[in-house]
Design a protein around this ligand. Structure first.
Ligand code: ADP
Length: 291
């Protein structure tokens, strides 16, 4: 079942583009990444899905329901973490969480305590005394607390230290085991690579690609390091060299061509060492971007 289904969705701010003609969908139970640089249109898409802003044209459904007409119903079953969190500073964390849980039918104080403990969040502090990272944790607890069917997380890891990020990823994997669908945006590819089943890549408001992480990292793009016996410049004449850098007697290639053709050429050269690696998602991503 499609939990999110976006069709030709466009949002312009006066004459400025926000997003242009986006079409993609998210299946039930997926962890789906939404990747693109700042200003690409990730928040615009998310805010449109949650009906904080109206689409200029096109349409979308969440749980099969229309994002504009049925937004109240939709939000009952969505946990949302905004990229920037603005709270009532004067409140204590525990009161804020109880207050926001009042919008949903389910409030589970034990779950609140469990989440706070795992994230190392002091429930009795005032919001105004919290660091950016700790505010983020409040947002995470808030998004998870009512046991939503869909989590929409806008840049969830910014501001979390690496240890906390791991805890957060564990929490997401536990949610997924319960059947929760997760949609999260990021401009950091390595974290998406760790966690997601599929990603949508967005650039300047337009969808570049929707791909499984597996395919994305296995597009036969390889990261190759060749060390030569000597530093005289070596030349390779090959189709499929995406990028080449030479540093002393070391040459690095991003290569998507025929492996045999490469090996044949190397065979005739004074090669001392050869390392062939999977490219990072970052490199694959750049490759798509530059096309
Ligand atoms: P991302 O979340 O990927 O960083 P955004 O969705 O915030 O990107 O922004 C997409 C584009 O829409 C950007 O060019 C941005 O300047 C523009 N934009 C976002 N919000 C507004 C707004 N309220 N008014 C005008 N332009 C906006």
């Amino acid at each position: 079942m499609k939990i999110v289904d976006i069709k030709n969705l466009t949002k312009t701010y006066n004459k400025n583009r926000g997003i242009i003609n986006l079409t993609f969908s998210i299946e039930e139970g997926e962890i789906f990444g939404f990747i693109g640089p700042n200003g690409a249109g990730k928040s615009t898409t998310i805010r449109t899905l949650l009906n904080f802003i109206y689409p200029t044209s096109g349409s979308a459904t969440v749980f099969g329901k229309d994002i504009v007409k049925d937004s109240k119903e939709i939000r009952q079953n969505v946990g949302y973490l905004p990229s920037e969190i603005h709270y009532y500073d004067d409140m204590r964390v525990i009161d804020l969480l109880k207050y926001s849980a009042g919008f949903y039918k389910k409030f589970n104080p034990n779950r609140m305590k469990e989440l706070a403990e795992r994230l190392d969040l002091d429930l009795h502090k005032k919001i105004e005394d919290l660091s950016f990272g700790n505010r983020k944790k409040v947002g995470i607890v808030q998004a998870l607390l009512h046991g939503p069917k869909l989590l929409i997380l806008d840049e969830p890891t910014s501001g979390l230290d690496p240890l906390m990020q791991n805890t957060f990823f564990e929490l997401l994997l536990e949610e997924r085991k319960k059947g929760t669908t997760i949609f999260f945006s990021s401009h950091i590819l390595s974290e998406v690579q760790k966690l997601c089943d599929r990603v949508a890549i967005i650039k300047e408001g337009e969808l570049v690609k929707v791909e499984t992480i597996e395919n994305l990292t296995k597009k036969n793009l390889k990261y190759i390091t060749i060390t030569f016996e000597q530093t005289e410049p070596m030349d390779l004449k090959l189709d499929g060299i995406v990028k080449k850098e030479v540093n002393g007697n070391e040459m690095t290639l991003l290569y998507s061509g025929d492996m045999k053709a490469l090996l044949n050429q190397l065979n005739a050269l004074p090669v001392k060492d050869l390392l062939i690696q999977e490219p990072t998602l970052e490199e694959v991503f750049m490759h798509y971007y530059e096309k």
